[in-house]
Design a protein. Structure first.
Length: 135
């Protein structure tokens, strides 16, 4: 199952791991969340490291398994200047149990290498699709 999940994550997430192209969203004066940056945040080990982390840490929820639920959970979150994630939320999901599992793995991620604008570390909004498939 992990191999299938890894392959699906590669296929689904390949184009989605980038800052979205949109205007910046002000949070507080001088504390913007960027969607377009000069240097995107990077997960430890890069894209491959992120896929390995997800494959090793996602646990298919028993309730979703029992109900035969599959699908993609789209999660958005902010990568802070210190590399932690915040403002995690589900944009779309086929089931609440899958949503909770996706949020859990995002919440427990190791620190990212921060995104940068004009050489300064900044807050960056990311959206990540996480595919759940039963074998």
């Amino acid at each position: 199952m992990r191999k299938a999940l890894l392959l699906l994550l590669l296929a689904v997430a390949g184009g989605a791991l980038h800052a979205q192209t949109a205007d910046t969203t002000p949070v507080a004066a001088g504390n913007e969340i960027y969607t377009v940056v000069e240097r995107s945040p990077e997960f430890p080990g890069g894209y491959e490291g992120l896929i390995q982390y997800l494959a090793a840490n996602i646990q298919y929820p028993e309730q979703a398994k029992a109900e035969g639920v599959e699908g993609t959970v789209s999660v958005t979150f902010v990568i802070e200047p210190d590399g932690t994630t915040s403002h995690r939320r589900v944009l779309r999901s086929p089931h609440e149990a899958l949503s909770q599992e996706a949020l859990r793995v995002i919440r427990e991620m190791p620190r990212w290498k921060a995104g940068r604008v004009r050489g300064e570390k900044v807050r960056v909004q990311y959206t990540l699709p996480i595919n759940f498939e039963l074998n």
